[in-house]
Design a protein around this ligand. Structure first.
Ligand code: NDP
Ligand code: GDR
Length: 360
């Protein structure tokens, strides 16, 4: 039975990847952080009673900023594959916490690679690094492919640039099977609530049930190449099954603006958004003339990545990978799930419980 270790298993991709690897018969180990509240919501359905022998999904406490725990866990698990997904993954937050972001996202990758070397696992353990389209930042070529020059635009992207190159370096220097997936934005119903897609679907669902008044956003003109996380984790696994380690761009090749995402999500609820004004004054109204979307400059970034569009030709030609879930299906699934969650909150509210709106 193959063994995999996933850092960031409690995140969006970690949960989809754990499901995929378990379905393929792997024993899956994941690293979770200690938190004052339970933080395993996304993988709770995969957990089994740890008193029972033979379980195939095991969680370990650990942190990307703590080398000794990473070495200990890797020594104990002796994984065939490590998927390094853990990161402070929010671009806007990285401007607030640049040093921590560098520690966890840049040095974190180095710590795992060094642990593999220290433990003499270079020939056994394959390593996947969660690299990102944010590396392209101020884009130098459209669409972006593996050969497009990088120009990072945030502390997050700069930290990920280090992680990208240290992965390439350990592959070349020590002959390790280490590779980068340069993934463009990918979303799902379990996407973190502060990323723009989930923020939109969650807010529109709540507005439709009278639980929230307005959705405040930053740059509506920003364009992204949005895919579904389920398709993208399959590619993460495929990248570690090749004869030779290589880096791949993973994207859909289709681009939409934040404004278009809002419109697509509203359409799922049978609503049309009517836009009026421009710049920070721009607002979106529903058919009854109610303002339900507004711009709040608080969400503008000190340096923005205006446009990203990926070219995944290499992945298609070499690995036979193409995304199966369309943009329309992605938006529809996210909207459906957030509507269910809002209906639960509506019910709770009817019975006197409070549903908080202002976390973001
Ligand atoms: P999430 O933010 O949903 O998950 C991040 C995971 O990392 C969580 O499990 C989080 O734990 C964990 N984590 C954060 N900091 C630490 C730390 N110091 N030590 C240990 N664990 C930590 O991200 P996604 O699942 O969306 O993304 C997975 C990876 O892919 C990330 O590295 C991200 O940067 C990268 N990426 C994501 C893309 C996307 O569009 N989703 C695109 C390209 C790259 P906790 O649950 O406790 O917060
Ligand atoms: P991104 O995703 O920065 O691309 O990083 P995010 O959803 O945060 O932003 C996408 C674009 O939408 C604009 N935007 C807003 N963003 C947020 N979060 N909140 C808002 O209110 C808002 N209004 C407009 C942003 O300015 C941006 O242009 C994600 C993360 O998953 C990274 O970890 C990953 O590496 C990249 O995708 C690829």
């Amino acid at each position: 039975m193959k063994k995999a270790l996933i850092t960031g298993v409690t995140g969006q991709d970690g949960s989809y990847l754990a499901e995929l690897l378990l379905s393929k018969g792997y024993e899956v180990h994941g690293i979770k952080r200690r938190a004052s509240l339970f933080n395993t919501d996304r993988v709770d359905h995969l957990l089994t009673d740890h008193h029972v022998e033979g379980r195939r999904f095991v969680l370990h406490y650990g942190d990307m900023t703590d080398s000794s725990c990473l070495i200990r866990i890797i020594q104990q698990v002796q994984p065939d594959e490590i998927y390094n997904l853990a990161a402070q993954s929010h671009v806007a937050v990285s401007f607030e916490e640049p040093e921590y972001t560098a520690n966890s996202d840049a040095l974190g990758a180095l710590r795992v690679l060094e642990a593999i070397r220290i433990l003499g696992l270079e020939k056994k353990t394959r390593f996947y690094q969660a690299s990102t389209s944010e590396l392209y930042g101020l884009v130098q070529e459209i669409p972006q492919r593996e050969t497009t020059p990088f120009y990072p635009r945030s502390p997050y992207a700069v930290a990920k640039l280090y992680a990208y190159w240290i992965t390439v370096n350990y592959r070349e220097a020590y002959g390790m099977y280490a590779c980068n997936g340069i993934l463009f934005n990918h979303e799902s119903p379990v996407r973190g609530e502060t990323f723009v897609t989930r923020k939109i679907t969650r807010a529109l669902a709540r507005i439709s049930l009278g639980l929230q008044d307005c959705l405040y956003l930053g740059n509506l003109d920003s364009k992204r190449d949005w895919g579904h996380a389920k398709d993208y984790v399959e590619m993460q696994w495929m990248m570690l099954q090749q004869d030779k380690p290589e880096d791949f761009v993973i994207a859909t090749g289709v681009q939409y603006s934040v404004r278009e995402f809002v419109e697509a999500a509203a359409a799922e609820l049978g609503k049309t958004i009517i836009w009026k004004g421009a710049g920070v004054e721009e607002k979106g109204y529903d058919e009854n003339g109610r303002c339900i979307v507004a711009v709040d400059p608080m969400y503008f970034r000190p340096a923005e990545v205006e446009t990203l569009l990926g070219d995944a030709t290499k992945a298609r030609e070499k690995l036979g990978w193409t995304p199966k879930i369309s943009f329309a299906e992605l938006v529809s699934e996210m909207m459906r799930e957030d509507l269910k969650a809002a209906q639960r909150d509506e019910l709770a509210k009817k019975h006197g419980y409070v549903a908080y709106d202002y976390k973001e």
